[in-house]
Design a protein around this ligand. Structure first.
Ligand code: ZN
Ligand code: CU
Length: 545
């Protein structure tokens, strides 16, 4: 045999050797079993050999001595569908070791689109990169257009209930007519047939919040018929947390499909400690035989649009109607009384000093500052300063809310059926995607779990944490050939330094890539090599026929 390090592809093929051999690493296979020393052999996009491969030649040998070798991470809760158009390299995600993103979450997917309500959907979208023009209608059209551009990571698309409702009836704040309901159900079924993996709701966001449980169950049944699952940003994460978890479970039971409770949390100090009770509801549902799981991100601040703090009637009719309403002093007075009235709003237990302006390019001086400061600097009441920011950014500005409890977070992290999801997007530390002060989760989620909660605090073992990032989400998605390192699986692989891995993104300086993710392969192609992006775009839309 010749020296195998520098065979040409043709020579390698002639010797029937591996395309790539990852040599000398500690394999953590994703299932939770203890790490063990093994080489990993890859041909094409598939793992074809594992174990002691010292005698096997390879077109390329990647030394992994001193590194952990794991399946590529699956971000079960992502919003990258709104970003990857302009960030095909998926910079901030791939550099965390993410090889598959599950998008369409919190009720919003970019498809399907109806001609009648195309502008409503465009108005709702926070960020529209070039190419995202909503010229498609069906999920199938959209995924085809998306896939044509090539992308570094694999994508699993959910269909958003908010998007379905917009397509059927716009921002109408009422129950659907029989015909509108039928349209939603037909579009859901069609989206599933064309490649969506499940249904996502966002029940604090208009227009999703206008829906009854019955409306959702009827749509969910159609999704169940295509073996999809139900992911939900539930109807309340504070005072009404337990009712909202109960509603999600009911959709699973009555709709006949598995449930994913998105970014489980107890928001606002009066609700701290309640994650334990929410997890108990999930355990009870599982004991009943229902397939219910959840995900969590490893931070004690959440993030959403500024407009989400408003009562949902303000959004009736869409963004333009909202902007017009906000100019009316009587409307402002009503908002003030509802927000400070102690009702079950997002403001419960939250002060203006707990809210940081994350993104508001038309008022850059406010970005990174607390609303209490922004208001004081302009001599305004906080509510007025806040509404001015919403208006200035036409509803597209967003915020970070410091409102979660570390003990709740740890409790979720250790639960065996809770996986890791970023709730962030693929950003980049340069150009337009580096704007503002977005939540650091878009850059740091997975490394932060490995650094802070595995290595420093020992809340979970490395093997258990990797399972939460790989095999567990793969099982939720029904992906039988990803999320585990074994012969026959697709070659989505991460090489990481478990002693050095760390998130570097902070609330003050979020646009910083993680450290210690040394190599990432997607479908057998190297996308991160020695910590640097190779420019390869081997990702695929999974499940698209
Ligand atoms: Zn959400
Ligand atoms: Cu989300």
């Amino acid at each position: 045999m010749p020296a195998l390090h520098d065979l040409t592809a043709a020579e390698a093929a002639a010797y029937h050797v591996l395309d790539i051999k990852i040599e000398g690493g500690m394999v953590i296979d994703g299932t939770g079993t203890p790490a063990a020393r093994a080489d990993v052999g890859i041909v094409g996009d598939t793992i074809t050999a594992m174990g002691d491969l010292a005698r096997e030649g390879a077109g390329r040998i990647i030394g992994a001595a001193g590194l952990a070798v794991t399946p590529g991470f699956i971000d079960i809760h992502s919003h990258s569908d709104w970003r990857l158009w302009a960030n095909r390299r998926a910079e901030s995600k791939i550099r965390q070791g993410v090889t598959t993103e599950v998008v369409g979450n919190c009720g919003f997917s970019p498809a399907p689109v109806s001609d009648e309500f195309r502008e409503a959907l465009r108005g709702f979208a926070l960020y529209l990169p070039p190419g995202m023009d909503f010229s498609w209608r069906s999920m199938g059209d959209y995924l085809r257009r998306y896939d044509e551009g090539g992308v570094a990571v694999n994508v699993v698309q959910l269909v958003g209930h908010g998007t379905l409702r917009l397509a059927a009836m716009g921002f109408a704040r009422r129950a659907p007519s029989a015909r509108e309901q039928a349209t939603m159900e037909r579009l859901a079924e069609e989206s599933m047939a064309q490649g969506a993996a499940g249904l996502a709701t966002g029940l604090i966001y208009a227009p999703g919040s206008y829906a009854t449980t019955e409306e959702i169950v009827a749509v969910a049944r159609r999704v169940a018929a295509h073996r999809g699952f139900y992911a939900s940003h539930i109807r309340g994460e504070g005072a009404t947390l337990l009712d909202a978890v109960g509603e999600a479970i009911r959709v699973g039971r009555d709709g006949g499909l598995p449930v994913q409770v998105s970014h489980i949390k107890a928001a606002g100090r009066p609700s701290w400690g309640r994650v334990k009770d929410a997890l108990a509801l999930i355990d009870a549902a599982r004991a009943e035989g229902l397939d219910v799981t959840a995900d969590v991100y490893p931070y004690t601040a959440s993030s959403t649009t500024l407009r989400t703090l408003l009562p949902d009637w303000v959004l009736e009719g869409g963004i333009d109607a909202m902007l017009e309403r906000l100019g009316d002093p009587a409307v402002r007075a009503r908002i003030r009384s509802e927000l400070t009235g102690g009702g079950a709003t997002l403001m419960r237990g939250l002060g203006w000093e707990d809210i940081m302006v994350a993104y508001c390019p038309s008022r850059p001086e406010a970005e990174g500052r607390r609303l209490s400061d922004v208001a004081a600097a302009s001599g305004q009441e906080p509510l007025d300063a806040f509404i001015e920011l919403i208006v200035a950014e036409k509803g597209k500005g967003y915020m970070i809310l410091f409102q979660l409890d570390e003990a709740d977070l740890r409790r979720a992290l250790v639960h065996p059926w809770v996986m890791i999801g970023s709730d962030g997007s693929a950003l980049a530390a340069h150009g337009e995607l580096a704007a503002g002060k977005p939540h650091p989760r878009s850059y740091g989620t997975f490394p932060r779990v490995l650094a802070r909660y595995v290595r420093e605090q020992r809340v979970v073992t490395l093997e258990a944490a990797v399972r939460k990032m790989t095999a567990l989400p793969a099982a939720r998605l029904g992906l039988t050939d990803r999320g585990v390192l074994r012969v026959g699986a697709k070659a989505d692989v991460v090489l990481l330094d478990s002693e050095g891995v760390a998130d570097l993104a902070t609330y003050e300086e979020p646009h910083r890539y993680a450290r210690g993710i040394e190599g990432v392969l997607v479908n057998g192609r190297v996308v991160v090599d020695g910590g640097e992006h190779t420019g390869a775009l081997p990702g695929r839309v999974l499940g698209r026929s």
